[in-house]
Design a protein around this ligand. Sequence first.
Ligand code: A3P
Length: 293
Amino acid sequence: MESQQPDIPETVYYTLKRTTWMQEMVTLINSQGDPTLSRSVPNWARAPWLEQYYCPEVLSSMQEPRTLTTHMPYSALAPALKDSKAKVIYIGRNPRDVAVSSYHFCHFAKFMPTPASFQEYLNHFLQGKVHFGSWFDHVKSWTDAKEDIQNFFFITYEEMKQDLRGSIKRVSSFLQRPLVDSEITASEQQCSFATMKNNPMVNYTLVPEEIMSHNSGKFMRKGASGDWRNTFTVNQSLVFDAVYEAQMQYSPLRTLWPNATDLQVATKCPVTAASASSSTCHVVGHQDLMGCS
Ligand code: A3P
C-alpha cells in the first residue's frame, strides 16, 4: 500500500512554535515588504496548517514559494522531509511563557478544554498532557534532527522581540530572498505587535464566535517576553525549573531558557552555532526573557 505523505512544498516550509508571527514575517519577506497580502488574505490561507482539513486544497492552489505551518513533532514529518529541499523554520520560546500563553488560548479557543486553574494547566503542560504533547519532546525532536533536515533554521521568540529587524534579515537570508533596506523597514512595520494586533487577517477576529470566544480574550494577547513572571508562583517556578533541568539536560538548548533565578546571559544559540548555517543566533539574556509557544 502506498504511504500517505503530506505534500511538502519544495521551497518553503516551517514549523512551530510561535507561528503566527513567523507566518507574517515569511509572507512579507516573500512579498518583498509589500503589505498587500498581509492586509487582505487571512494567514491560514497564506500559510495553511498541515493539521487542518483544508490544507491540501489551499496548498494545491498556491504558487511557489508555498508556506506551510504545523505543530507536528518531527517524527510525523521525518519521512516527508527526507531528501526534501524544503526550508524548515523552527521558532522556540521560553516554555514558561508558552505555558501562560497557551493557558489563555484554552480559554479563548472553544475547541480546547478549559483548564480549571493555571496550576492544573501547568501540571498538564509539564506532563505533556496538552495539545500536541510535551513541549520538551517537541523542541528536542526537531532540534535533535537538524542534521537530517537539509535546510533547518532555528530562531527564538526572544530574539525576534529583541531585534525584529535583524531577525527579518536572517530569515530572508535563510529563505534566499534578500531584501533592501526599505523592504526590511516595511516588513518590520507590518510584523510589529501593534500592527498585527489590529490586523484582522492575523489577529483571528475573523474566526466565528462559536470557534473562538472573542469576549474571553484576544489571540494577540500581550506579545511580551517574560510575562510568565506575572503568573507563576515561586513554587511553580521552582517545580518548572526542576522539570526543565531534567528534560533538557542533554539538549544543546538547555542554556537558552535557564533556571528562573539564573540571570546568566547566553551569547550563542547552540543549535544554529553547531549547524551548517553560517548565521549566529544571538540569544537574549534571561532577564530579557520576559518570558519562548
Ligand atoms: P502571548 O499570548 O504571550 O501574547 P502562536 O501564533 O504560536 O499561537 O503564538 C501566539 C503568541 O505569539 C501570543 O503570545 C501572541 O501575542 C504572540 N505574537 C504574535 N505576533 C506577535 C508579534 N508581532 N510580536 C510579539 N508577539 C507576537
